[in-house]
Structure formats: structure tokens, C-alpha cells
Ligand binder design. Structure first.
Ligand SMILES: Cc1cc2nc3c(=O)[nH]c(=O)nc-3n(C[C@H](O)[C@H](O)[C@H](O)COP(=O)(O)OP(=O)(O)OC[C@H]3O[C@@H](n4cnc5c(N)ncnc54)[C@H](O)[C@@H]3O)c2cc1C
Length: 608
């Protein structure tokens, strides 16, 4: 008879961990390069975050705005990222995203159309032109459906509801992964010549988030433990528009497409407050008044060209989130602690056609008809710009054989991500990383040897919470972590709070080491939470240490004690987190990678 401690063994050339857009695209590319590929995901195939993406995928296709091209997209991305982006990543992303979107279409994705039958594109904050290819407000669903079909057709072996809890390494780099089936609790090991991490973000570290239970920073923590570096972890994106009411759905995303289609933000006094918050140096890019903004919206809704500039609500996410936070703090908020977002002035059938999910979401969850009145919204933790440091060309980390793509990585988006740039990031770097991992696998002879001591250690750690007999519930520690991170490391930060957070994190880690779970291994969410909580503690510490180190405000990182952007000290520095030889977390800085002189000329007019 087998016991849960007798792991199954499934060797692969390339093991892809995560089956969202990045993981699927990487798996397809690795399989096309001839690798034997295993694809693991901890929920059902198709249930990744990518499926939740609403607004669209950014690519300079030039179907709606002939003046657009990759150079403008590159420039917008760098400006949005406050110049902390890895410039080569931003360049590759802007250059290659049109081909990746066309490829999706060729594989069967059905996008919304222009009148002459081409892929329609919509506006989003910080993009100079309408650039987001979309399918109503269900773009991610179409994307994942298309990629999934392609992956299954490529014969990729899929392991669903299987959580990877440890990576193993040897003298030549990564050797495999250890995990368990969530359904049965049985353990499994994957010897692999190359591994791609595509596990997404960290939103569950905070109390209010648009992210699902899956975003527990697993990939960031697995990579950190295996010796990779994390960069720019202080840059956590608080999306300006999440639901604030009723309490059960607080944080649920209200897509930026609402503002992209003309949604107006007002405070409790009815004031269109975003006029006050446009950064002076970018004000010329926005409409001068309500009349010009209305002209822009009318032209958009009729798919017509216009010289009118975009409305102030389409400022970058960091700026809009801070504006809302200020309005509420200064007493001009809505009854449930948010502000109002109104699209009901447009024809009802147009709103229902362009924003079907938002219409249903508010009707069903809040009993609000968005074609008749405003929504109540407020900021919600949404995305992490920081993550695993990778090579722009191949997705390689500094651990040989370990690769990463998608939201789990850092560098592409700098200090603030523009909406729509994640889905295109997944496609561009998913493909590059899958190819990079497959090329590495070809250089490895024979099946990699997984160190039995490391494997036994990983299996013991999985068993430990059952063996303690008594102890605190992991849910109590998780809740305490989320409340603390929201309170001390949220939209606005200050040194005293960050110091207090580090002390609390040490105490939470001590409590975590003593948690205990009841029941067996079969579908035991408490047991799953123990492992995820450990990862959330690691990423929370990385966020807090990086936030404490960066003594300036930039993009999504706002310090009340250092409110200005300090280009002289921080303008060209990434934050870097690594595990020291003593096992402790260290934080330092490294220069932003050099920019090709030709690229620099594209930014010169803008560079402060
Ligand atoms: C509500 C919402 C709307 C969004 N809208 C947009 C949009 O319109 N445009 C845009 O560009 N971006 C959007 N984003 C952001 C974008 O969806 C995500 O950044 C992107 O989908 C991340 O893709 P990914 O492949 O990196 O990760 P995911 O799609 O989240 O996939 C992660 C995968 O990793 C697996 N996994 C995690 N940990 C483990 C583990 N330990 N073991 C095994 N498997 C594991 C998960 O099961 C999952 O399969 C939105 C995000 C949200 C939450």
C-alpha cells in the first residue's frame, strides 16, 4: 500500500508551474521547441487570474489610432513605470505584443471588432492612444480559452489541483520540484531540467484585494528560497476602483474599462475631483475641461477620430488611487467610504454592451443598476510590479535552469503598471521564457538528480502542521497579517509604520511556525493555508524592507515622510531582495539596466 509520504515521480524536460496566461504561453513555446513539458496548477486548469482579466490586452496594432506605434507604447510604459522599468523588457514588450495578439487571433480568439472588421482597441489610463484589444469586459476568458486549447492540442501533460511547495537545487542549478495533490494530499516530485515559475501575484497579503485565494506569492517565495533575487517589491499596485459595498465583495475589481469608456469620478459633493490631481507635467495630455472630455467620449462611443484629449479619469492608476484616498480622508467620500464612478449618462444599451460583466456584477452583488446611477468604488490591492529578477531575452533567473514569466517577475513595469500591459507581458515573455527554458533543457544530459535530503525536508515540512497536536489556526495568523499589511504598508507609508510592520512580521512568523491543522490531507484548506501563509510572510517582509529602504515617493510607492520623487538618489536604482548566507533576508539596491542610446532619444523630451 502507498502512503502519502511515498511520492509519485514525474520527470519532465521543462516543468511549468502556473497555468495562467504566462504559464500556458511558456508551455506552448517549450513544447514547440521539442521539450517534454509538464504544466502544474494549484486550481483547475482555466481558473487562473488571467481568466479574471477584464479590460483588455495592450498592443500598438494601430487599428483605431494610426499614429500609434511600438515607440509610443514603449514611451508610455516607461513614463508610467517612472523610468524604473528594465528598458529592454519594455522595448521587447512594445515591439512584440502586436504579433502575440495577432497570433492569438489566428489561434481562434474572437476580439471585439472595428466597423471594418479589424480588432477593436479601447483607451486605458496612461496610454497615449486607444490600444487595448478586448472582448467586452471578458478579455481574459477569451485569452485563456484560446491558450488552453492550443496547449492541450500540443500534448502538454497537465497536473491540476497540484501545489508545488519546494524547488530543489544542486551544484548545477535547479533539479526539480516537490508538491502535493490538493485532492488527496498525496505527494509528488518532478525531476526537471528546467523550471518556469508563472504563479502570479501576492494580493492576499493585504486585507482589501481584487485577487483570489491563489495569489499567495508562492513563486516569489519559492524562487527566493532557491537563491533567486526579487526586485522592486515595494511597488504594489492599489487599483483605484474596487467595490466598497456590500462588505462581502469589498475589493472586487471594477475594471478600468469603465473609465476607458467615459466613466466620471465624483466625490460626495458632486465635484469631478480628478481635475485637481493631474500632475502638472502631464496636464497637457488631458482635456482642458468637461466639454473637451465629453467630445472625446462621444467620438469614442461612435468609433470616430477626434483631436479632443482624454478625460482626467484616465490618469495613471497610482495617481487616481491616491486622489480617491485623499478625497475620502478629507471627508468628501461616499456613504461606504469610497467615491462615485458614473457611466449612467451614456445610453443604457451601449453600457450593457461594452461592460456586460460590470452591469451584472453591480446588479447582482450590490443591487445597483449602473445604467441608471453611479457605482461606489475605492482602491483595492491589485497587482505587484516587483518580483523575480529575470533576463529580458530569456526569462532566466540567476539560478541556472530556473526561469520566470508573468506577474511573478519584476522589471517590466517599473514603479507602476499601465492597464492592459500585463496580458501583453504574459504573451511576450511567456513565449520567450518557454523557449529559453527549452533551450536550457537541451544542454542538460540525463535526468536531473533531486537531492534526497532536500526532498525529505520538503515532505517533512508538509507533514509538520499535522504532527504538532495543538496550536493556533493558520487562518488567525493570516487574518492578522492581512490587517497589519493594510494598516502599516498600504497606499501611504511612513518609516515608523514600516519599522512596526517588521516587528509584527517577526512575531507573525513565530506564530506561523507553531500553527496546527485538524483533519486529514484530502481537500484540507487549512493545511493548504499553512504553506501559502509562509510564502505571504516572505513576500510581506520583502515588500516592507524594500519600502523602508526607498526614501522617496515614486509610482505606486508613496512615503508621507519622503513625499518627493528623488531622482538624484533613487532615479536609477532598483531595490533588490536576496537570501543571505545566514538565511536572513537582505535588501540592497542595483542600477536599473542600461538603456540603448536610441531608446533614450525616445524618452528625452520626457526625462526629468
Ligand atoms: C480582476 C482582475 C482583472 C484584471 N484585468 C486585467 C486587464 O484587463 N488587463 C491586463 O493586462 N491585466 C489585468 N489584470 C492583471 C492580470 O490578469 C494578471 O496580472 C495576469 O493574469 C497574471 O497572469 P499570470 O499568468 O502571471 O498568473 P495567473 O493567471 O494568476 O496564473 C497563476 C497560476 O499559477 C498557479 N499557481 C500559483 N501558485 C502555485 C503553486 N504553488 N503550485 C502550483 N501552481 C500554482 C495558479 O493555480 C495559476 O494557474 C487583472 C487582474 C485581476 C485580478
Amino acid at each position: 500500500m502507498t502512503s502519502p509520504n511515498d511520492p509519485q515521480t514525474r520527470p519532465h524536460d521543462v516543468l511549468v508551474i502556473g497555468a495562467g496566461g504566462a504559464g500556458l504561453r511558456a508551455a506552448i513555446a517549450a513544447a514547440e521547441a521539442g521539450a517534454d513539458v509538464g504544466l502544474v496548477c494549484k486550481s483547475l486548469l482555466g481558473k487562473a487570474h488571467t481568466v479574471m482579466a477584464e479590460g483588455g490586452v495592450a498592443a500598438a496594432l494601430r487599428h483605431v489610432a494610426p499614429d500609434d506605434d511600438w515607440k509610443v507604447h514603449f514611451r508610455d510604459t516607461m513614463i508610467g513605470g517612472k523610468y524604473l522599468n528594465n528598458p529592454r523588457m519594455a522595448q521587447l514588450h512594445a515591439l512584440e505584443s502586436p504579433d502575440r495578439v495577432r497570433e492569438l487571433e489566428a489561434w481562434g480568439a474572437v476580439f471585439d471588432r472595428t466597423r471594418d472588421g479589424r480588432i477593436l482597441q479601447r483607451s486605458f489610463g496612461g496610454h497615449s492612444h486607444p490600444r487595448l484589444a478586448h472582448v467586452g469586459d471578458r478579455t481574459g476568458l477569451e485569452m485563456i480559452r484560446t491558450l488552453q486549447d492550443r496547449a492541450v492540442a500540443a500534448g502538454i501533460q497537465v497536473y491540476m489541483e497540484c501545489t508545488i511547495s519546494r524547488l530543489t537545487t544542486g551544484p548545477t542549478g535547479v533539479t526539480g520540484a516537490v508538491g502535493y495533490w490538493r485532492t488527496t494530499g498525496r505527494t509528488i516530485v518532478f525531476p526537471a531540467k528546467a523550471i518556469v515559475l508563472a504563479t502570479g501575484g501576492i494580493g492576499r497579503a493585504f486585507e482589501v484585494t481584487s485577487n483570489s485565494w491563489e495569489y499567495s506569492g508562492d513563486g516569489q517565495a519559492l524562487a527566493y528560497d532557491a537563491g533567486a533575487e526579487l526586485i522592486d517589491m515595494e511597488f504594489v499596485q492599489f487599483h483605484p476602483t474596487g467595490m466598497v459595498w456590500p462588505p462581502g465583495v469589498r475589493g472586487l475589481l471594477v475594471t478600468e474599462a469603465v473609465r476607458g469608456e467615459g466613466g466620471i469620478l465624483r466625490n460626495a459633493a458632486g465635484e469631478r475631483f480628478m481635475w485637481k490631481y493631474l500632475p502638472e507635467e502631464r496636464r497637457h495630455e488631458y482635456a482642458a475641461d468637461d466639454a473637451e472630455a465629453a467630445t472625446w467620449v462621444t467620438a469614442l462611443s461612435q468609433s470616430k477620430q477626434t483631436d479632443a484629449r482624454r478625460p482626467p479619469e484616465l490618469s495613471t492608476r497610482d495617481n487616481v488611487a491616491r486622489a480617491i484616498y485623499n478625497e475620502v480622508k478629507e471627508g468628501r467620500g461616499s456613504p461606504h467610504g469610497g467615491v462615485f464612478l458614473d457611466i449612467s449618462y451614456l445610453p443604457a444599451d451601449h453600457v450593457r454592451r461594452k461592460l456586460p460583466s460590470m452591469y451584472e456584477q453591480f446588479k447582482e452583488l450590490a443591487d445597483v443598476d449602473i445604467t441608471k446611477g453611479p457605482m461606489e468604488i475605492g482602491p483595492t490591492t491589485h497587482y505587484v510590479m516587483g518580483g523575480i529578477k529575470v533576463d529580458a531575452e530569456t526569462g532566466a533567473t540567476r539560478v541556472a535552469g530556473l526561469y520566470a514569466a508573468g506577474e511573478v517577475t519584476g522589471g517590466m513595469h517599473g514603479a507602476n503598471r499601465l492597464g492592459g500591459n500585463s496580458l501583453s507581458d504574459l504573451l511576450v515573455f511567456g513565449m520567450r521564457t518557454g523557449a529559453g527554458a527549452a533551450a536550457h533543457a537541451q544542454t542538460v544530459d540525463g535526468e536531473p538528480h533531486m537531492d534526497p535530503v532536500q526532498v525529505r525536508g520538503a515532505l517533512r515540512d508538509l507533514e509538520a502542521p499535522f504532527e504538532r497536536g495543538s496550536g493556533e489556526s493558520p487562518y488567525a495568523v493570516l487574518r492578522a497579517l492581512q490587517v497589519m499589511m493594510q494598516r502599516l504598508v498600504g497606499i501611504y507609508r511612513i518609516e515608523a509604520d514600516l519599522d512596526a510592520a517588521l516587528i509584527e512580521l517577526a512575531e507573525l512568523r513565530r506564530r506561523w511556525a507553531e500553527v496546527c491543522v485538524d483533519g486529514g490531507r484530502t481537500y484540507n484548506p487549512g493545511w493548504n493555508t499553512v504553506f501559502e501563509l509562509g510564502n505571504l510572510l516572505t513576500v510581506s517582509e520583502a515588500i516592507t524592507r524594500s519600502a523602508r529602504q526607498r526614501t522617496e515617493s515614486r509610482g505606486a510607492h508613496s512615503r508621507l515622510d519622503f513625499p518627493d520623487t528623488d531622482d538624484a538618489v533613487w532615479g536609477h536604482r532598483n531595490s533588490v531582495i536576496a537570501k543571505g548566507d545566514d538565511g536572513r533576508m537582505s535588501v540592497h539596491t542595483a542600477p536599473v539596466p542600461d538603456m540603448d542610446p536610441e531608446l533614450r532619444t525616445l524618452l528625452e523630451a520626457d526625462h526629468r
